[in-house]
Design a protein around this ligand. Structure first.
Ligand code: PEP
Ligand code: MN
Length: 357
């Protein structure tokens, strides 16, 4: 159930509603409201709102409308909001602003190394990916590695280097946050908070990203073996905690064939477009694990309707401290940027012709 709050509700009326909601849901902590399309909304578990509770809510002055939504993920569903979500990246930092999602936006290219390895590596890669046409810089400062003996990232120093790279190139930056206690520190430096596959169901982390005081957008990667419903419910956690700016990232799911690192589930792109209004990014690097597959799968992702790509790029992939096998060079990135933009333009032209016909 979704409650829309009346725009001119007084603070007393709001406080009255919040107290009633705490009683209805049995919640000890304050209920969060989220701004979606200029409307302030609260989502509740439908089962907790019986007819008596509904009648009480209808009487509340602060309540504009109750919407009964029949899917488990409510705020992120198309059933609740039909227009695609458009996220502005880079607000609050002195850098270019990039739009992700929305009908008129063209696909966004995010590129950079898997991990921030050193100042020299990051700054030269950042300049090279910008020159190749990328609009957002990626780079992991905190790396969730399968083995405790592998490079774990530079941590806070990596965040400072990302901020310096933004200052030099003007590109907004995205980096992973691995624990709730670090959300505010990462949000201070990053323009997008990345939640990695291994943490897709770390619910306290999702809620902390939803509450982040700087309101940074979040990119939520699909869990290693997550279903689409689990993924959308994870996104719902972030939105329900107060942050409507969430994008989903398909990065391949586990299967049995070691020829590719994962299986890129491109059918999820048009399916998600039916189920949710959130933008969809595809990561062909982690999906395939092989750099020679990245250009084709980048084009395939755009053809499937993705709002953007995140591509691991390194100036010398064979010496990368992390994920070198799947990393491409800035020169290869330049070709991908060119071909995916050409493809996106053709698809848009074709769409425009179909609309006129
Ligand atoms: C990454 O983006 O470097 C990463 C660790 O991705 P994932 O969480 O998809 O494995
Ligand atoms: Mn990686």
């Amino acid at each position: 159930m979704i409650i829309t709050i009346r725009q001119n509700a007084s603070s007393d009326e709001r406080a009255h509603l919040m107290a009633l909601l705490c009683r209805i849901t049995g919640s000890q902590s304050p209920i969060a409201a989220t701004q979606i399309d200029g409307r302030e909304v609260i989502a509740l578990d439908q089962q907790r709102v019986d007819s008596q509770a509904q009648a009480m809510l209808q009487q509340e002055h602060a309540v504009e409308r109750l919407h009964a939504i029949k899917v488990a993920y409510q705020l992120v569903s198309r059933a609740f909001k039909s227009a695609p979500t458009r996220i502005v990246v880079g607000e609050g930092h002195d850098c270019e602003q990039v739009i992700i999602g929305g009908a008129e936006a063209s696909p966004v290219i995010i590129a950079g190394p898997c991990a921030v390895e050193s100042r020299e590596q990051l700054l030269s890669t950042a300049c090279a990916v910008k020159k190749a046409g990328a609009q957002i810089l990626r780079g992991g400062a905190f790396k969730p590695r399968t083995s405790p003996y592998q490079f774990q990232g530079l941590g806070i120093e990596g965040l400072h280097l990302l901020a310096e790279a933004r200052q030099i190139t003007g590109l907004p930056v995205i980096t992973e946050v691995m624990e709730s206690a670090m959300v505010d520190a990462v949000a201070e430096h990053a323009d997008i908070l990345q939640i990695g596959s291994r943490n897709m169901q770390n619910f306290p982390l999702l809620q902390a990203a939803g509450r982040n005081s700087l309101k940074r957008p979040v990119m939520l990667k699909r869990g290693l073996s997550s279903t689409i419903d689990e993924w959308l419910l994870a996104a719902e956690y972030i939105v329900a905690a107060g942050n409507p700016n969430v994008m989903l990232c398909e990065r391949g799911i586990r299967s049995y064939d070691p020829q590719t690192r994962n299986v890129l589930d491109l059918s999820c792109v048009p399916l998600l477009q039916q189920l949710t209004h959130l933008p969809i990014i595809v990561d062909p690097s982690h999906a395939t694990g092989k750099r020679e597959l990245v250009p084709t799968m980048s084009r395939a992702s755009i053809a499937a309707g993705a709002d953007g790509l995140i591509i691991e790029t390194h100036e010398d992939p064979d010496t990368a401290l992390c994920d070198g096998r799947q990393s491409i060079t800035p020169e290869q990135l330049r070709h991908i940027v060119h071909s995916t933009r050409t493809l996106a333009r053709l698809l848009q032209e074709e769409q425009a012709m179909l609309t006129v016909a």
